[in-house]
Design a protein around this ligand. Structure first.
Ligand code: ZN
Ligand code: ZN
Length: 302
């Protein structure tokens, strides 16, 4: 199992023909989590061949339109396609009211249940199953705003085929050995687990950091993640504007990545005043080398 991150939108407030608003799909096995849902997200999902009825959890970072204006349209499409499965929507308080009032005034009764979960604070476990855990992250924006940390769970131990033959291990015992147990034969002979298995791959972690000013309180929450997405709306030359609007510069994003000792940084949420992204890469790579710009349609496999 591994985590995969598909970028659907890398732009900020104004959608343009070259940049969509924030949205991503984080996948773990057959679970697909939608993270933010700016205008145009459902078209991006189709373009990138994501089956929308396979999405069972949606995470919305905050209530600025460029992060959720696509949600009502997506929900409506799910309904038109006859969805029955419950959909869990995580977001700041007030999102439920906004969504419900739209359907109520349209006289629409959805074919499925929406279950809203309001995010109250950072550090809360929002979702957990056998494979992955999602936790809220602290961000600093004009209105309440959260990031999301996806932590893969430790997988089964790897069986050493040669050793299994050597010790004549019956097939029925393999499951418990993969789970970490020693093997005990009918005669009472014990073979230690370490003799029969090797460690599973290290579980992967991904952090999505939506709109935020430079915020050092975030750092302990995202230490050593394999991939960090951090907004970088501006360059340092627009430092004043970044400050006023509670956004980050490319240098800010890179400083957070460097201080949190992450493996890789991808930046997004670019202001459409910048024609190309070279300046972002240059500025960020001076601080943190392994930096990339979010490219719509690109999938990062961790
Ligand atoms: Zn935004
Ligand atoms: Zn915002």
């Amino acid at each position: 199992m591994s985590l995969e991150v598909l970028i659907l939108g890398s732009g900020s407030a104004l959608p343009t023909i070259s940049a969509n608003q924030t949205s991503q799909v984080v996948s773990c096995g057959n679970q697909h989590f939608l993270v933010d849902c700016g205008e145009g997200t459902q078209v991006q999902l189709r373009k990138n061949k994501v089956k929308i009825q396979q999405i069972n959890q949606v995470f919305i970072s905050h209530l600025h339109g460029d992060h959720f204006f696509g949600l009502v349209g997506l929900l409506s499409t799910m309904h038109l396609l006859g969805r029955r499965a419950e959909l869990h929507i995580f977001g700041p308080k007030g999102l439920d009211e906004i969504v419900e009032i739209q359907f109520r005034n349209a006289g629409s009764h959805l074919s499925f249940n929406m279950v809203f979960h309001s995010i109250e604070k950072a550090g809360d476990v929002l979702y957990e199953d056998g494979k992955v855990m999602v936790t809220s992250l602290p961000l600093k924006h004009r209105i309440p705003c959260y990031g999301f940390h996806f932590q893969e769970k430790k997988g089964l131990r790897k069986l050493d085929g040669q050793k299994l033959v050597e010790y004549n291990i019956p097939v029925y015992a393999r499951k418990s050995i993969a789970e970490g147990q020693d093997f005990r034969s009918e005669e009472g002979v014990i073979v230690k687990n370490a003799e029969l298995t090797t460690d599973p791959p290290k579980p992967k972690a991904y952090a999505f950091c939506s709109d935020t000013a430079y915020y050092e309180k975030l750092i302990p929450f995202i230490q050593e993640v394999d991939l960090l997405y951090h907004e970088a709306t501006f360059l340092e030359s627009e430092r004043e504007r970044a400050k006023k609007t509670f956004h980050s510069t490319a240098k800010d994003a890179a400083s957070i990545a460097e201080k949190a000792n992450v493996k890789q940084l991808i930046m997004g949420h670019f202001s459409n005043r910048y024609k190309n992204k070279d300046g972002f890469l240059q500025e960020a790579r001076m601080v943190f080398k392994n930096t990339d710009v979010a490219e719509e349609g690109k999938e990062y496999k961790l």
